[in-house]
Design a protein around this ligand. Structure first.
Ligand SMILES: Cc1ncc(C[n+]2csc(CCOP(=O)(O)OP(=O)(O)O)c2C)c(N)n1
Length: 375
């Protein structure tokens, strides 16, 4: 079901792509109006690329190349808008569905694949500049909101924010879901973030479902009102990339300037399964899915750009780039191979430990017991 519009909702593009700001969007229009055509086109390009990557990764899982894939299908506008609103010096704390955010920040899509294939413990090195200050995925719901708040407190203590030089001030943004919003960790993070005026944006993607639990069961009040108990909280149409960009940009600017944390609830929809191990037809209706298909974020932005005169050649170029990206991901995934099983013992303790040594020896004996070796 599509939730009825809340008067607090910030939306700039209607579902048909027409420019139709809601009253709550008025304060954000100057941000959107200042965007050059190149940025608007980049937003669409990002969404098309990430959808192609996500679809490819889903296929690769079905073909046995990955253990699991949590699709970002449907959440592209919330992620592109918010990620494009960050600055280079900001710090990103994703959950596990933020493929769009991570790749925009510079993470190689195949590094996300390597994580989901079980080849690495965390996928990428957050300290490597090419990864754009993007921390590893956290599968423990809500735990990383505390990591982000702790990091942001460090920014305050170290004088790396609210210096009066916006080009230099740093902020953190943490992504989490409607289900995670019920975790105590999230609320504790909000208490500390508010108390210490942490330069942090809590970006909640309300995709309507926590696996098979609908958001109406998670909370009897709109989720943005939960966060409003701690800090200014904004409700945005997460399928509108322009609105997502504008509210996140302002929230990050205010956070960096020392005004304290901000919360954003981006109303969106998980158009795919929770993960490739899930079958959403068991708990939601096709009527519901179809009603959200009518709000597809890519279709909306495409219609907006077309009305502004974007050419067929532009869309053909975007499609070709997205296809090339998906092909490249497929080629490199198929070449990934495997890793020695004993690497699982490598990072358990920093010093040698007798129990780990015993288990490593047991595994080596077990593998040697196969005539042709374990495969
Ligand atoms: C602390 C914790 N409890 C339970 C789980 C199992 N679990 C994994 S995903 C999920 C639902 C999360 O829903 P939501 O926060 O809305 O995010 P979404 O997957 O929809 O993006 C649950 C319960 C977990 N990973 N961590």
């Amino acid at each position: 079901m599509i939730p009825p519009d809340d008067p607090a909702l910030v939306r700039i593009l209607a579902a048909d792509g027409s420019y139709a700001p809601t009253p709550a969007a008025e304060p954000y229009l100057e941000i959107v109006d200042a965007l050059p055509d190149a940025d608007l086109e980049q937003f669409y390009r990002d969404m098309a690329n990430s959808r192609a990557f996500d679809r490819q990764a889903t296929h690769l899982q079905r073909q046995g190349q990955l253990a699991l894939w949590p699709p970002s299908f449907g959440q592209e506008a919330a992620q592109v808008g918010s990620a494009r609103a960050t600055r280079t010096q900001d710090h990103i704390f994703p959950s596990y569905r933020e493929h769009v955010v991570c790749t925009i920040r510079g993470v190689d899509p195949v590094d996300i694949i390597r994580l989901m294939r079980g080849l690495t413990h965390s996928g990428w090195d957050a300290a490597d500049p090419k990864n754009g200050n993007t921390r590893p995925y956290t599968l423990v719901l809500g735990a990383h909101t505390l990591h982000a708040t702790g990091y942001g407190m460090g920014l305050v203590f170290d004088g790396r924010t609210a210096t009066g030089e916006p080009e230099r001030d740093e902020a953190v943004i943490v992504y989490y879901g409607d289900g995670a919003s019920s975790q105590g960790d999230v609320h504790e993070a909000m208490v500390f973030a508010a108390s210490y005026r942490v330069p942090q944006v809590f970006f909640l993607q309300n995709n309507q479902w926590a696996i098979s639990v609908p958001v109406a069961t998670q909370s009897r009040t709109p989720l943005h009102l939960r966060a409003a108990g701690y800090m200014p909280s904004i409700l945005v149409d997460g399928n509108d990339v322009l609105a997502s960009y504008a509210v996140t940009k302002r929230a990050l600017d205010e956070a960096r300037a020392g005004d304290g944390p901000r919360a954003i609830e981006a109303m969106t929809y998980r158009m795919g399964a929770h993960t490739t191990s899930d079958d959403p037809t068991k708990y939601r209706t096709s009527d519901e899915e179809q009603s959200w298909t009518l709000r597809d974020p890519l279709v909306r932005m495409r219609a907006f750009l077309q009305a502004r005169g974007a050419s067929d050649a532009f869309f053909a170029d975007v499609d070709a780039e997205a296809q090339a990206l998906a092909d490249d991901v497929r080629t490199r995934t198929n070449a990934l191979g495997t890793i020695p099983a004993e690497s699982m013992f490598a990072h358990v303790y920093s010093d040698p430990h007798p129990l780990v040594a015993e288990q490593r020896a047991w595994l080596a004996d077990y593998e040697a017991s196969f005539e042709e070796g374990a495969s």
